[in-house]
Design a protein around this ligand. Structure first.
Ligand SMILES: [Zn+2]
Length: 293
């Protein structure tokens, strides 16, 4: 499903001349997969920083204004960006790459503030099935602004889909035998892992609020205690770039294995191994396996 405001084709002279601005690093990786050498991608939200707390700078507004294509997640993932596009009166092509996916709802304890519209979980990029939809939306908008490159984008997209499917099979094999029973959960910080759970048969439950709030209500603590008492907590996973103090305390006091970091909504900062969507998925799978062993 494509939501482009205007559609026209622009003549691009050389490779790398389609200027794409995306909101965050995971999307940057997906655009590089499909766009290859014909695109130049820039991500607004720096790696490692929290998209919930991100405000657009005046420089970001300039970058957005200069873009040939703006690609963002949508589904309420980037509330500020949606408002900025209205303010800019942007006339180029843009797309919400996550718009056409089969959506999950946020759980009761997946506290996301206003991140996620109408209770929809916007983190669809953790499910390979949904990521193919992201890839198609990216391909379609690139073809729209750079028609000459259409067979190039089509081929890269087909290749991307093949590799996504291969990775999906690889992870399903890894997880074979680790599926969770009724009522069992893996505890996480702020939530947003519903799509990963859907893809691989796990149920994640958020325990804390946004931005690593480090206290729990007595009521919530009793609920978690009860789950642990009934052997329903299979493990605890902390997230990259977020405060893990509370989760470590829970792990220590309740004797439940903790592992991480799970990369929820950013790739790693320089030097790490999580450099693109594929390495993010493999890394996250190892983290989950690590706490389930
Ligand atoms: Zn989130």
């Amino acid at each position: 499903m494509l939501f482009a405001m205007t559609s026209w084709s622009v003549a691009f002279d050389a490779l790398g001349s389609v200027r794409v601005v995306v909101s965050f690093s995971v999307l940057e990786s997906l655009v590089k997969e499909v766009g290859g050498e014909r695109v130049e991608v820039e991500s607004l939200i720096p790696r490692g920083s929290d998209p919930h707390a991100y405000g657009l700078s005046p420089q970001d507004m300039v970058k957005l204004g200069d873009a040939d294509v703006i690609i963002f997640n949508g589904l309420g993932f980037e509330g500020g960006l949606e408002r900025a596009l209205d303010a800019l009166d942007f006339r180029g092509a843009w797309v919400e790459a996550g718009r056409g996916i089969d959506v999950e709802m946020l759980g009761d304890h997946d506290d996301h503030g206003d991140h996620g519209e109408g209770g929809v979980d916007p983190h669809g990029f953790h499910d390979p099935e949904a990521v193919k939809v992201y890839g198609r939306a990216i391909k379609d908008v690139l073809v729209e602004v750079d028609e000459e490159g259409s067979s190039y984008y089509e081929e890269r997209y087909q290749d991307f889909v093949r590799r996504v499917e291969a990775l999906d099979r690889e992870l399903k094999e890894k997880f074979d035998g680790y599926e969770m029973g009724e009522g069992e959960v893996i505890l996480v910080g702020h939530g947003g892992l519903g799509y990963f759970g859907r893809a691989y048969g796990f149920h994640f439950e958020g325990v804390e609020g946004l931005s690593g709030v480090s206290t729990l209500s007595g009521h919530r603590l009793r609920e978690i205690n009860e789950k642990i008492g009934e052997d329903e907590v299979r493990g605890i996973v902390y997230e990259y770039g977020r405060n893990d103090r509370l989760l470590r305390l829970l792990s220590e006091e309740m004797g439940v294995l903790i592992g991480g970091p799970f990369y929820v909504e950013t790739l790693g900062e320089g030097g790490g191994t999580v450099t693109d969507w594929f390495s993010m998925m493999r890394h996250n799978a190892e983290v989950v396996l690590g706490v389930l062993m």
